[in-house]
Design a protein around this ligand. Structure first.
Ligand code: FO1
Length: 332
């Protein structure tokens, strides 16, 4: 790690920053929100999935995190709202409108309100903060940037905006690479940058989101990697590979298409140079020796699982802080 300031050992009550994307990441963000006081938890969220649809600005990962933290998320899908009705979609379909991206009636209110406020000149951060307070969310949900960054999936059939790949094409086309249009010109969201540089920072947790589709856009925002090298706390990642395969979504498929094994080692190498610790559900060969490893069940089915994993991730970071170096020695 370069540029790390040595800090007083052990700060078990400092601030925490989580970086997360869609459904998987939001589960751990929920666990963290139950363990870390609201004003001490900043959740940096991927906005590379954002897109214009039906004239509306849709921010799926922001909404998935907000709904999850507010207890409003559809438990089956992880995205959209629970207790939803679909009159708008049914009527749109009867009018020949685009219905490949399912927007529930209650969910629609959020997209319409956000679009109006963006048009009126408000930032995505300001809108998100206001909606969080209206939903009773104490943690800070922060877009990775207020500047537009769009994930483009380069497939065998050509470049595709994220939602067209993920939802319309159901992740079928083989992925050649993933790029993030606008990332090099985008600025890391101000409060997220400030949270990462706080002297009392306890941990940065990279949640078990898809590294290629949900975490890489965050890391691609200009200056983010440099910020992560400066943070005064351990950066730990929770591996999204569970039981040797991806829990949900196209991650295992994309890993294979990009020529990688579906393994914790692939995750460790993907985040090499950024993380000091990796939480995995089983021991595995091939993880670089300078990354501490904690073995822990990482499947999150119940709220208790999410809280348990959040606690484990933070105490893992505390162990690294307290015995910085000894954990690596044990493994070396
Ligand atoms: N994912 C789907 O697979 N199908 C959908 O119709 C769909 C609609 C949708 C509406 C609002 C929203 O916030 C998310 C939605 N998602 C849907 C999930 C979305 O594709 C996210 O980008 C993924 O969760 C990946 O992060």
């Amino acid at each position: 790690m370069t540029g790390r300031q040595e800090l007083p050992k052990g700060k078990p009550h400092g601030d925490v920053v989580a970086l997360c994307g869609g459904v998987g990441g939001a589960k751990l963000a929920l666990g963290l929100s139950r363990v870390v006081p609201g004003d001490q938890l900043s959740i940096g969220v991927n906005t590379g999935d954002d897109f214009k649809h039906l004239g509306l600005h849709i921010s799926p990962d922001i909404d998935t995190v907000m709904y999850t933290l507010a207890g409003l998320a559809n438990p089956e899908t992880g995205w959209g709202r629970v207790d939803e009705t679909w009159n708008f979609m049914e009527t749109l379909s009867s009018l020949g409108g685009e219905t490949w991206f399912q927007l529930g009636d209650r969910d629609m209110a959020l997209h319409v309100e956000r679009t109006c406020r963006l048009r009126a000149g408000e930032t995505l951060s300001a809108i998100t903060a206001d909606i969080c307070s209206r939903l009773g969310i104490a943690s800070r949900v922060l877009p990775m940037s207020d500047d537009p960054v769009r994930t483009l999936v380069e497939t065998e059939t050509g470049p595709m905006p994220f939602q067209n790949y993920f939802v319309e094409q159901r992740c079928k086309p083989a992925v050649r690479s993933v790029t993030f249009a606008g990332a090099e010109r985008a600025t890391t969201q101000r409060e997220l940058a400030a949270a990462l540089l706080k002297p009392n920072l306890r941990a940065v947790v990279i949640c078990p989101s898809n590294p290629y589709l949900s975490v890489d856009p965050i890391l691609a925002v200009a200056g983010m990697r440099e910020l992560l090298h400066k943070v005064c706390a351990p950066v730990v990642a929770v591996s999204p590979v569970v039981g040797g395969k991806a829990v949900k979504g196209p991650m295992a498929k994309i890993m294979g298409e990009l020529g990688h094994k579906v393994s914790h080692a692939t995750i460790a190498n993907h985040y090499a140079g950024l993380i000091e610790g990796l939480m995995v559900d089983c021991e595995e060969e091939g993880i670089p020796g300078n990354i501490s490893v904690a073995v822990q069940s990482t499947m999150m089915k119940t709220l208790d699982d999410k809280i348990e994993l959040a606690r484990a991730a933070l105490s893992f970071a505390d162990d690294i802080t307290a015995g910085r170096g000894t954990l690596q020695e044990q493994r070396a």
